[in-house]
Write a protein that binds this ligand. Sequence first.
Ligand SMILES: Cc1cc2nc3c(=O)[nH]c(=O)nc-3n(C[C@H](O)[C@H](O)[C@H](O)COP(=O)(O)OP(=O)(O)OC[C@H]3O[C@@H](n4cnc5c(N)ncnc54)[C@H](O)[C@@H]3O)c2cc1C
Length: 511
Amino acid sequence: MVESDPVLGGAVSTVERWPGVRVDRGSSAHVIIRHSGIVEELELERFGLRYVDCDPWGFAPAPVPGDDGPDGRPLVFSVDLDATCTSIAAACGDADAAAYRRFVEVWGPRSAAVVQAFGDRPSPARLARHLWPIGSRRPRTPGGEIAVDFLGSGDALLDRWFSSERLKAALAWFGAQSGPPMSEPGTAAMVGWVALLHDVPPGHPVGGSGGLTQALAARLAADGGRVTLGDGAARLLVDGPADARRVTGVQTTSGRRVTAPVVVAACHVLATKALAGDDAPPALADADPPLGNGFGLVLRAQTNALPSYPGVGDEALQGLQLLCTDRAQLARAHGDWLAGEVPREPVPLTMSFSASDPTLAPAGQHVVTVWGQWYPYALADGSDWETLAEPAAQQLIAAVDRYAPGFANSVQRLYVQTPLRLEQELSLLRGNVMHVEMSLASMFGFRPTPALSGHRVPGLAGLYLTGASTHPGGGVSGNSGRTAARVVLADRRPAARLRAEVGRRLRARRR
Ligand SMILES: Cc1cc2nc3c(=O)[nH]c(=O)nc-3n(C[C@H](O)[C@H](O)[C@H](O)COP(=O)(O)OP(=O)(O)OC[C@H]3O[C@@H](n4cnc5c(N)ncnc54)[C@H](O)[C@@H]3O)c2cc1C
């Protein structure tokens, strides 16, 4: 494996940002991979991976004084469904607590089917095989209703199920983590995913997010593989006649030639296109998936205290602190982003995993990540991120401080990742942490483009695509890597090779 970055793991990595302080460079909360079975399949615990469960996995504060709010109690989402419903009942009333219980019952199996679809190739037949059983469960739900649910927006789903705006806001903010706002069609399943968190919650690896990629590298080494850091692919090596072009390896930036019968490109699909250069067949050369205009801005803070939410114990600090009390806040932030502006009232999601992992910071110190979503990469008025980074960071800190008074004063050191910085640091084009937009038209068999959605590159044998650019998209998942590996292995079976060769000869004869 060749990696261009001197740090292993891309957006799943952790560095010692300040003496004794371990800070993630990208992701922090691992959600999807924990439902994929990959950690168990690769026995990653044996290779050093240890997860701390986020339980409670979510917390949403009461509206701050001055805002309208039905009740001053926070919402706490625990793995324990009873405890969660008790919290919802206290903050939002019994009817919403009962509705939430039913919601989890209905969406648990649906989201489990989505997990299955995420772990497989996105062909129509395979999708149907995974999603079909949803409607046949008893009591049966008409297919039309299921289609409305899945194709509809997260907001519409929330409005159908719940009455409390606070509850809807917390769930919508969770659902929006993949990027699209919950007003967009096809986002309902992103809200429905919460049902699974009452089974397996998000987790964070001990020592930081990079614990996962370190364990993967250790597993690879045990299997005889080798990772070279800081010497990535500079171009693909391609050989063969015009009608049977095939990849034979890569040349790295240092000029090293690594030959291989198969190359699996796990970088951004547009980086792969550049690596192929003039050898890119039309399917790759024409690929132009939507990258969007920036995604989020992240603050990594070393603090001398954990965020403290009035009236709430330390349990709020275990998981995702969803600092949103009304979906109008999300709509405003997203609206500003659409207009190419920094959100005037940013909505934070805060994580403080040093509360449960003392290896992250020296005693008395903490690492707090503040994620603000919908920050444009290119600003409409032409301003540059060098100038905007500091005021935008202070604005986001102030937004946390509204809910956790004293947070601003606790910040000792700050590292700001603007959309531009994310591109420079992690090669995430246009700062898109998911590589390609996660809207309905870029998911499943459309990701990254319909022609490239099978992990193969038609017209260039031996080249395979994986990573967030491919199905099922971004987020710490592992699914696309496993599926690509299965596709490679299937193609390398003698029968498949024979079929491919016969097909090639027939095409040549027809020409
Ligand atoms: C700030 C941030 C916060 C996030 N938070 C979360 C979260 O809490 N939970 C979650 O689930 N997801 C989160 N994500 C998203 C998630 O981390 C990514 O979607 C996921 O890591 C993508 O993984 P990947 O391996 O497909 O791609 P990447 O992580 O982008 O890795 C691609 C790798 O390819 C390398 N590369 C590029 N070009 C070359 C080349 N020519 N030769 C060799 N190597 C090359 C890059 O250096 C990089 O290491 C976050 C991402 C970011 C940036």
